[in-house]
Design a protein around this ligand. Structure first.
Ligand SMILES: Nc1ncnc2c1ncn2[C@@H]1O[C@H](COP(=O)(O)OP(=O)(O)OP(=O)(O)O)[C@@H](O)[C@H]1O
Ligand SMILES: [Mg+2]
Length: 468
């Protein structure tokens, strides 16, 4: 169980937070002063400290300095009652993982904590990494991420790495496309960490869960009292990311109005908090991710074409896990190592049957699904080898469909001759058919219906383009 220490002299806040986090599976300790907090830290390996900025006996800056020097492996999130971007940046430079302002929103906190802890694991794993002061802490974050991120050796991975290296040093906006769980956010972070902005903030924002009412203030921030319920000044994500990178996940879900406001901000490179007249200059690189087809959204009038073109200065497609060949077991080994560490186990390998089923399974949830499967299997394994018994039924019972995709080499040939109109048409057809087949789990009757052709034509086409 992950251990969290809350240091806050407002007993009610600490209590509520503690209850909420305990319900969400954390082992929580609370302290009402900085010195009590430091006492607790001496005796326990805390993964994370949530520390209020204003304490009776000290302040967040001092606490952060002490914790980072004495317990470099423990993550620190500072909570404050008011927004001050300069201070936020300063604290982050000093090694705070993040900075949150009151009022505290449960989902936001949980999200931040989960992410912080994910980063933190790697810190625990890599004992050689010091995390003492600002610059070296940023360097170490970069190093930690490099250790966490499996680059892969398959052909598609090499291409992915090449594209990341190509676009990272520029200021281009990037669209990252890929099915759910393929690693879009990880690739965005990798771009950020390989860019000259790496020691500035990387702010991720999940647009999919934004309500219409909250979206504007999340993006642009608001001044205290600018609308009913705006009890505190709030810094928007653009401002938080200033100097660094703003990663927008699931942009396809944003309302048309907010898209217009986004376009304005991106074009003018300036932001105004709601209720304020002061314009703040922005230097933010934008990376967006989507697992929907934005072109479709444009056609249906749901997504603004001008905004799409602003974002689409460069695009990267992350292939689904099932198409990543050798990477599959590389990733599985990596997750096994992490799971062993987290769970205190000593599982060293996967049985040959497990390897075989990992290689042929469909992995609809991609890398995220695999990470969970390996973790669960490690937990269930008593000995040193993961066997079929430890896999969930959907994997151990999984049978390969009778047909599969065209051999890579053949598609490659079509791709290389893409200016030949016949090949271009063939490729488009291939992609569409494959996409629909996957969507319906290879049910040919359903696929034929969606494609608006009869089953026989579908069979013929599958044969012609070599989907066996
Ligand atoms: N190359 C990689 N090496 C190691 N772990 C990875 C890699 N890519 C992704 N992961 C892990 O897989 C999980 C899913 O990755 P991520 O959140 O980046 O995917 P996503 O495409 O943004 O997912 P979603 O579509 O659900 O938003 C995370 O736990 C991440 O740490
Ligand atoms: Mg994501």
């Amino acid at each position: 169980m992950k251990k969290i220490l809350i240091i806050d002299d407002e007993v009610n806040v600490a209590l509520l937070l503690s209850k909420f986090l305990t319900r969400n599976g954390f082992d929580v300790t609370t302290a009402s002063t900085g010195s009590i907090g430091m006492e607790y830290l001496k005796n326990g390996d805390f993964n994370l400290v949530l520390c209020d900025f204003r304490l009776e006996d000290t302040d967040g800056r001092e606490m952060l300095k002490n914790i980072k020097t004495q317990y470099p492996k423990t993550g620190v999130i500072i909570i404050t009652g008011y927004s001050d971007i300069k201070m936020a940046v300063e604290l982050i430079k000093m090694g705070a993982y993040d900075y949150i302002t009151k009022p505290l929103y449960p989902d936001e906190i949980l999200n931040t904590i989960t992410k912080a802890i994910e980063t933190h694991y790697a810190l625990v794993e890599d004992k050689a990494v010091p995390a003492s002061n600002d610059k070296s802490s940023r360097e170490s974050k970069k190093q930690v991420f490099a250790n966490e991120f499996v680059t892969g050796t398959s052909k598609v991975s090499k291409e992915l790495t090449r594209q990341i290296e190509l676009v990272a040093p520029t200021n281009y906006s990037v669209i990252i496309l890929g099915e759910s769980g393929t690693g879009k956010e990880s690739v965005a972070k990798s771009i950020h960490l390989n860019s000259p902005r790496y020691n500035q903030p990387f702010i991720a924002m999940d647009c999919g869960s934004l309500t219409k009412e909250l979206a504007a203030s999340e993006f642009f921030g608001h001044e205290k009292g600018s609308f009913t319920g705006a009890l505190y000044t709030k810094i928007g994500h653009f401002e938080m990311a200033n100097g660094g990178t703003l990663f927008l996940d699931e942009v396809g879900n944003l309302s048309y109005e907010i898209q217009a406001a986004l376009l304005r901000t991106v074009q003018e490179r300036k932001v105004k908090r709601i209720g304020s007249t002061k314009e703040i200059n922005l230097d933010v690189r934008i990376i967006i991710a989507t697992n929907e087809n934005l072109q479709d959204g444009i056609q249906k009038g749901k997504f603004r074409e001008d905004l799409y073109h602003r974002f689409n200065e460069f695009s990267i497609f992350i292939p689904p896990l099932r198409e990543r060949g050798n990477d599959i077991m590389l990733l599985a080994d990596h997750f096994l190592k992490i799971a062993n560490h987290e769970l205190g186990r000593n599982v060293s390998s996967f049985s040959p049957e497990v390897v075989e089923s990992f290689m042929s399974y469909r992995w609809q949830g991609n890398i995220r699904e695999m990470k969970n499967v390996v973790r669960r299997a490690t937990l269930l394994t008593e000995g040193t080898e993961i066997t079929m018994k430890a896999l969930p039924l959907e994997i151990s019972n999984f049978k390969m469909p009778v047909f599969d995709y065209a051999p890579v080499a053949e598609m490659q040939e079509i791709r290389e001759n893409r200016h030949d109109l016949k090949n271009a048409a063939l490729e488009a057809e291939y992609e569409t058919i494959l996409k629909v087949l996957r969507e319906v789990n290879f049910n040919k009757t359903r696929a034929a219906e969606i494609l608006n052709i009869d089953r026989k034509t579908l069979y013929n086409k599958m044969k012609a383009i070599n989907i066996k």
